[in-house]
Design a protein around this ligand. Sequence first.
Ligand SMILES: C[S@@+](CC[C@H](N)C(=O)[O-])C[C@H]1O[C@@H](n2cnc3c(N)ncnc32)[C@H](O)[C@@H]1O
Length: 424
Amino acid sequence: MKTKEYIEQLNSRFFNGKLSSDFKEELEKLPIDRPDVYAFVERAFGFINQAGVPATDMSIMLGEILGSLLARLLPGAWEGRIPPITVPGRHAEIDNYIKSNPWVKIGNRKMLDIGCGFPPYTTLDASNSLKDWYITGADPSLPMYLVHDSEGNYATLDQNRSTIYFQPSLPSIENWNSLLKDSKATKKRFEQLLSELLEAPEKDKIGLQKLQIDPIKSYETDRLKFLNGGIGQISIDPQNIIRCFNVLIYFDDVFYQNTLDWFKENLEENGIAIIGANWAVSTENYYNIYKKEGDQLINKEFAFSLDNINPFSVVTWYANYDDDRQTATLANYIRLIREDATFMKEYYTINDAQRLKYKICPRNSEGYYGKTDSSIPPNELWALIRQMLDELNELGLNQKAAEVLQKAGLKARVNEVGHISIST
Ligand SMILES: C[S@@+](CC[C@H](N)C(=O)[O-])C[C@H]1O[C@@H](n2cnc3c(N)ncnc32)[C@H](O)[C@@H]1O
């Protein structure tokens, strides 16, 4: 089936045929040779439909992310490996949540950050924020070599000197395209660069070595260690907290359940596990909190940031399997909030004005979210999106969303870091 026909099918199945032609045009860029990307989009549309999001809220930016960027980020682009994509600062609110959590006892506190990614930015952030904690980061894909080229694009390579992963210095669509238009050639180029740097080490313009060997070691301190291995693979003392972010979105529900069993084995009594996902500057945040009580790991809460009801990017819907329990749970809560016409009227009034002011996917004359001002650089874009969320929270919209859920009979509140939290 042709891409156009496929998109029309999805359009009538999930959006009553009402997607804008601009959105569809972006989606038509889906790479024809990547069934995994088509399946992802179909699954995401299913969750979006379940959440009650109308076609008018499907921004051109989301069309661009799904049509062009997604193919770079899915395991299918990396020989099935889960890419170590990470963003500094994305777990700042989770670190704050840990600081304020009443269940975490004072004293000799230990946290495992499993699936920490590389570079382990978020584990470093946690170590800086949680000053009296002993933190272990672990990941099955820690590299043997890290190289960066003169433009700042970097690659990680294994002990056989083959490229595991590479990333542009600034991960915009254009920069990804230039590295990925011939990904084999890019991998070869980095492998060649590694050979050259092993022969003759070189520094870049700002004096940093272009090659680091066993680079994870350079991040270790007396309070911060790293282990090579994933869930079920490493041996570690019982922990007070296990954090697992942006990992289980790649697995099915059987793996999720087995992970809970492994976390239970590796937690102290009253220890907590935080499992979730998010994007830059703690946007599109959602997570489950589990607490170990006796021989059980009890699901205490599910929490999410308000922007999930109308996200700019794709993490809210980021599921690689149909049975992703967290995406399904989130979609159900979003639906309940979106079904409250009074709440949504106020939300849209404020949010549409913000979009216009910040020039980020403003609503056009036909009622659809339009384009983002292309002169806004990516790091500024996400700072502005974060600012919009903060403004909505300051106006009490997170509290009002929690009240909508209370009216639906749920034990909902705004938690210590401003997220809508539902006791389970
Ligand atoms: C998208 S990154 C997330 C990095 C970081 N936690 C963050 O939130 O920015 C996913 C990471 O999961 C790791 N991973 C893959 N399989 C895993 C497993 N079985 N157990 C733990 N981590 C795994 C990958 O190597 C990758 O680095």
